[in-house]
Ligand binder design. Sequence first.
Ligand code: FAD
Length: 469
Amino acid sequence: MSDWDETFDVIVVGAGFAGLTAAVEARNAGASVVVLEKMKAPGGNSVISDGGVAAAGTALQESSGIQDSPDLFYRDMRKAGMGLNHPALVRVLTESSAEAFQWSADYLGVQYLKRVDRFGGHSVPRCYAAAGITGATIIKALVKKAAELGVPVRTATSLCTLVTDERRVRGAVIEEGYNVRKKAGTNTKQLKAERAVIVTTGGFGADVPFRSIQDPRLSEEVDTTNQKFATAEVLVELLRIGAAPVHLSHIQLGPWASPDEKGYGSGPLFADYIGFLYGILVHPLTAARFVNEQSDRKVLSEAVMEVGSPCVCISDQAAVTRSGWNIDRAVRKNVVETFGTLEELARRYNLAAQPLSRTVECFNAAVRRGSDDQFGRPILADSPPIQHPPYFAMRIWPKVHYTMGGVRIDDRARVIALDHRPIQGLYAAGEVTGGVHGACRLGSCSITDCLVFGRIAGKNAASASHLGG
Ligand SMILES: Cc1cc2nc3c(=O)[nH]c(=O)nc-3n(C[C@H](O)[C@H](O)[C@H](O)COP(=O)(O)OP(=O)(O)OC[C@H]3O[C@@H](n4cnc5c(N)ncnc54)[C@H](O)[C@@H]3O)c2cc1C
């Protein structure tokens, strides 16, 4: 194809964490860069995320007396991923996590809360929350940096097809004036990539037809935390040109979601950040605990689905105070409800009062002992027993949250074909790739993934040669 409308060294498709990070690094490495984004604004799922980043071996961990290492982080990720993670990719992520986190703070200027949290499956606290507990904090910093560097972010511009020649990606056919609802744009253009195209189009959690091919249980009846347009069309395009698919049927359900609100909502801040750390999750019929609430997302979601109807997450005022999180919004929306006594709470959720009281007593004894003999859950040193009203409770039912699968990349973020060779001129990073997380992604690890592999993709794409790379 010779009639190109415009030429750039590097074309980045998708303006979430991975894409904007890649664009900044490609520009810093001297390339001319454009970012294409199908929506009217940048951000994707990244902007609606909680902005939680996991990193091992940070200064904040050290000053908080937390002993961690990239190797321990690696082992946690492999354990949650059931060993399906591609080891070289996990090594890169875990060993680069502290540097990427620091880069986001120092170079991008992202503000983080001065606290280190622990989520299910991480063996030590290693998760940092962006100010405001929102990914918008990081997206704003990335958009600002891209503007400072003179990288245009073209919104309402969708990738239709990748232009290939032999086994090399040469550019992209795009639609401008794109309307995601109509799935149509106003005009088509052909952009040439002198060096490379970097695909960072995110996951397919909201693409019901595509996700139900991979996992037929995930029909339209299962809600998702994702933005509506987290769909698979670019992943399909990558497969069309020969990229190897990895783990497409491994789709993560968020076990801290509420059936009493749409999408991600306000409940997870209570369930994930407070309830599963200090409180309990009980079976709706027996009022008994049935799982280690600090398990990874796969174990927890499967345990709840096995129960077959919404379970109840319970905590108290001491836990809310201890956590330091503000759950007013969830309470205002009645997603989290408050009760003066456990009996009232039991009545509201149709739980048998006596068994509930025994469950709480038994858990409180475990907290006092400092060990949970029943489910082996780690008890945090400063855990208060559940005995300080008001009591807080939320119904729990999992929602599609993250797609572990995607295209295969190597440790240089090159997209790998089914013949195990890189597709020349093509890089990918973020949720559109597969293999990093295996069967289950740990909390806060996607943003780390996007930052680490986005940086790698940007730098390598900028130096990819016309003939190879
Ligand atoms: C509610 C919620 C909370 C979360 N909280 C956390 C958290 O705290 N920590 C964590 O680690 N992870 C979290 N995650 C997961 C994490 O946010 C995502 O996995 C991550 O943001 C994905 O980033 P990305 O850059 O790969 O994709 P995205 O941010 O989704 O960006 C992809 C972009 O590509 C665009 N695009 C798609 N197709 C095309 C096309 N054809 N042409 C042009 N553009 C296209 C999309 O519109 C989108 O803007 C959360 C997810 C959700 C939904």
